[in-house]
Write a protein that binds this ligand. Structure first.
Ligand SMILES: [Zn+2]
Length: 496
């Protein structure tokens, strides 16, 4: 959703925890085993051999284009794919019908890969068409490439399983099918349920317009509905008998807008008015706003959020109305892990990049013509970007909540034509065609190599954990989520 547009598209350097974009040299400093010894040829060949099958699965999920918590067909297809490959599948985990896990192997270490498969409302677009032509006007589309995300992670898990059998490698590889990344936060509920408790490291990826494996962070975010209850009355004949819920919501908006001057500069606050009354000659007895706030550090954001809630209470008090709020989602910022990033970057380098055919290049050139000042240069798809630390993505992801519970490695590959932002129709055009499928193959290979390296290298996992514990803030750190005990917001995309 918000996301990774998340870390995908445009990385904004906010220079928070580390000097922006300095080269870390981590790849050289790493002492993980030589990937040559991880039988990478077998892993890469196994993914290549199934390229057509994986492209067909990704295209099928692209066609389904199911919204968050409605991904029944998409989840079932991935579950079937993993079950057919010999994984033990558990469906409907953490009380969510479209959440699942699929495991192979036993014992430690346990390495997890994450899959997403939800689409975005309104971004339907014909695959491979460089002009705006929705498959169905107003329908959902895979503009964040989660059709590729879920498929590549399954491909990686399957390749790792085959390699484990061949090399008699002990340990566990486990796929997490995580629904509703775009605002529903499936991962938050899987963490709450304790489903990642025995996991030693997580490897994940996200579609993008370049190839990177940076230990990058993201923005923490919290969103809620604020509901104001007033008293209806004739707006001309008896306005004194009414108490306007819309006045209350506008007073809240006014206060929060003044607050913008007095919050840390990296803060983002967005809102919409969802309901503001039914007719102008009736004093509105109900008004509803949706607020979302972001900041690079969840612990700072929680303080800002408390002030937003106080503004709603002050607005209700001043207007003689009543307010309540429902927290819709809460995503922590990603806690990056440089140890794992070094392994992922080396794997990505071995996996290779994306080469276009002349036809794909012609499509890419046309598509770029529809973009407003594309930020990534053409050709980025062919490069593996050097590893950089200290970057903060300009959006948010529920991977963040996992990253404060388990060390996480993140990879981005060029599934979109360079310059194409996530959450655009241009992205949907790329994720249903060969360009997206090629980037997906690179991601599957890079993830599989990373997981294989970690399974073989307990010392690397131990270093990643030590880094994780130190960055998290020592033994006193306690993870919590503002979603509290609420059930997952199953209806948040209803009617879209
Ligand atoms: Zn996404």
């Amino acid at each position: 959703m918000l996301k990774q547009a998340t870390a995908t598209a445009v990385l904004v350097v906010l220079a928070l925890h580390a000097p922006a974009g300095r080269n870390s040299g981590l790849a050289n400093a790493s002492r993980t085993p030589d990937p040559q010894q991880s039988d990478p040829a077998g892993i890469l060949a196994s993914i290549d051999a199934r390229q057509d099958q994986y492209s067909a699965i990704a295209k099928q999920i692209w066609d389904y284009a199911e919204l968050g918590f409605q991904e029944e067909k998409s989840a079932a297809l991935l579950e079937r794919t993993l079950a057919d490959a010999g994984f033990t599948v558990q469906t409907g985990v953490a009380g969510m019908p479209t959440a699942f896990t699929a495991g192979y192997g036993s014992g430690k270490p346990v390495i997890a890969v994450l899959g997403e498969f939800d689409a975005l409302p309104g971004l339907s677009q014909a695959a491979g068409d460089p002009a705006r032509h929705p498959v169905k006007a107003g329908a959902p589309g895979h503009a964040c490439g989660h059709n590729l995300l879920g498929t590549a992670s399954a491909a990686a898990a399957i390749a790792v399983k085959e390699w484990m059998i061949q090399s008699k490698q002990p340990g566990t590889v486990r796929y997490y099918g995580t629904p509703a990344e775009e605002g529903g936060g499936g991962k938050v509920y899987m963490v709450r349920e304790g489903l990642l408790k025995d996991v030693d490291a997580v490897v994940t990826w996200h579609p993008g317009d370049r190839n990177t494996a940076n230990p990058a962070s993201s923005l923490a975010t919290i969103a809620a509905y604020f509901r104001f209850y007033g008293v209806a009355s004739h707006a001309a004949a008896s306005p004194d008998k009414g108490r306007s819920a819309l006045d209350a919501l506008e007073a809240m908006d006014y206060m929060v807008n003044m607050m913008r001057e007095h919050v840390p500069q990296e803060t983002r606050i967005h809102y919409i008015i969802r309901k503001g009354g039914v007719a102008s000659n009736i004093v509105p007895d109900y008004a509803e706003g949706e607020y979302q706030a972001r900041h690079p550090d969840m612990r700072v954001l929680q303080g800002i959020w408390d002030r937003i809630v106080k503004a709603s209470e002050g607005a209700a008090m001043g207007t003689g109305t009543r307010v309540e709020h429902e927290t819709l989602m809460s995503y922590w910022n990603v806690l990056p892990n440089e140890t794992l990033a070094a392994v992922a970057h080396r794997s990505l380098t071995r996996a290779g990049a994306v080469e276009y055919t002349p036809d794909e290049q012609a499509f890419a050139d046309k598509l770029r013509g529809t973009l407003v000042e594309p930020a990534t240069p053409m050709g980025a798809q062919k490069e593996i970007a050097p590893i950089r630390v200290g970057l903060v993505g300009s959006a948010s992801t529920d991977v963040g909540d996992i990253s404060w519970n388990v060390p996480v490695a993140q990879i981005t590959t060029a599934t979109f034509v360079p310059g194409v932002p996530a959450h655009s129709w241009q992205a949907t055009a790329c994720t249903g065609m060969s360009i997206g499928f090629k980037g997906m193959q690179v991601a599957a290979k890079a993830m599989a190599l990373t997981v294989a390296d970690l399974l073989r290298a307990p010392a690397t996992i131990a270093r990643a954990k030590a880094e994780f514990l130190e960055k998290r803030g020592g033994p006193d750190f306690k993870y919590s989520s503002l979603v509290g005990n609420r059930p997952p917001p199953f209806d948040y995309r209803k009617g879209q």
